[in-house]
Design a protein around this ligand. Structure first.
Ligand code: HEC
Ligand code: HEC
Length: 259
């Protein structure tokens, strides 16, 4: 708490460029990976040591498993994920051209599950949904994030951007206070990164399990004692779109490993 207050106090004095919108560290983009200890970097890079591999493997089994009243597997419609899902995660969140809703990758998988497989939806943060989203995102590992923010996506981007810069919680901090103005500094023994979304779903040691980007965002929100919205809230999708745009060019790392 003390560290956080000091951080907040320091921010009142300085009023640099990050108080304005659209000041983005484009040139110095850094994945959270670069802020990890050497041990955790090694763990992420070695598929045998990376605990996230378990979810990717589970996702591959689910991909081939028949489900729901339609008695179809993901593979029945989409074929080999290594080809059909390659690059997909890199362009999410994406607007659904039928409904106009902004969909995260998880939402898109749930849509196929319910509308195409005619199956009961997976719960948010369930092992099965995490496994499938890790498996799908894994097909884009190493590819650059490239979310589209034009056209129908624009209003979602604007809402996400406004969220990023909105002060909140008892400490009245916004995302930029930590992730634009103070990355590289230490807070509670953690090095603050730029808050990039390219590792998710990621295995977090503190969770002892894999978790979605939304779960990480909720941790940040509760860190500043701000309101937490239910999983799957459209506000989180808007924020995720802004983060994807801000991360444009960073490689997808799924399954990432984080502290
Ligand atoms: C009080 C400081 C603070 C605030 C405010 C804050 N975060 Fe964070 N955030 C952290 C810390 C600490 C971590 C864990 C270490 C790291 O990766 O930065 C983190 C991690 C993250 C990560 C994961 C990065 C990775 O590579 O795993 C994302 C994404 C993120 N934050 C986004 C946000 C967003 C969006 C907001 C605003 C809603 C926000 N944060 C507000 C401190 C903060
Ligand atoms: C009966 C056929 C069918 C099944 C079974 C099915 N899908 Fe789909 N899926 C589709 C169709 C059709 C679309 C395109 C929807 C659209 O664009 O409106 C789609 C879209 C997607 C997308 C978005 C692709 C992109 O390029 O944006 C993902 C991801 C996806 N499905 C994952 C899955 C997963 C995971 C499963 C298994 C749990 C699954 N689907 C099962 C038919 C299916």
């Amino acid at each position: 708490m003390k560290a956080l207050l000091l951080l907040a106090a320091g921010m009142l004095v300085a009023a640099p460029a990050w108080t304005q919108n659209r000041v983005i560290p484009q040139a110095g983009l850094k994945s959270g990976f670069e802020f990890l200890s050497p041990d955790l970097k090694k763990m992420q890079l070695d598929d045998f040591a990376n605990p996230g591999t378990l979810w990717v493997d589970r996702g591959e089994k689910l991909w081939r498993a028949e489900a729901g009243a339609a008695k179809k597997s993901c593979a029945d419609c989409h074929g080999d994920a290594r080809a059909s899902m390659k690059g997909v995660a890199a362009r999410y969140p994406q607007v659904d051209r039928h409904s106009g809703d902004l969909m995260t990758l998880e939402a898109r998988i749930l849509q196929s599950r319910v509308e195409r497989q005619k199956a009961v939806p997976f719960a948010r943060e369930s092992e099965d949904l995490l496994a499938l989203s890790a498996y799908v995102a894994y097909q884009s590992r190493g590819m650059a994030m490239e979310a589209d923010i034009e056209g129908a996506a624009r209003k979602h981007f604007d809402a996400g951007e406004a969220m990023f810069f909105r002060r909140r919680g008892q400490l009245n901090l916004n995302c930029a206070h930590c992730h634009d103005a103070n990355w590289g500094r230490t807070l509670y023994a953690e090095r603050i990164s730029q808050g990039q979304p390219n590792a998710y779903p990621a295995y977090r040691l503190e969770w002892q399990t894999l978790g979605s980007l939304e779960r990480r965002l909720r941790a940040c929100l509760s860190g500043v004692r701000a309101e937490i919205l239910p999983f799957g809230s459209p506000e989180y999708a808007d924020l995720a779109l802004y983060l994807s745009w801000r991360a444009k060019g960073l490689p997808i790392e799924t399954p990432g490993v984080r502290r």
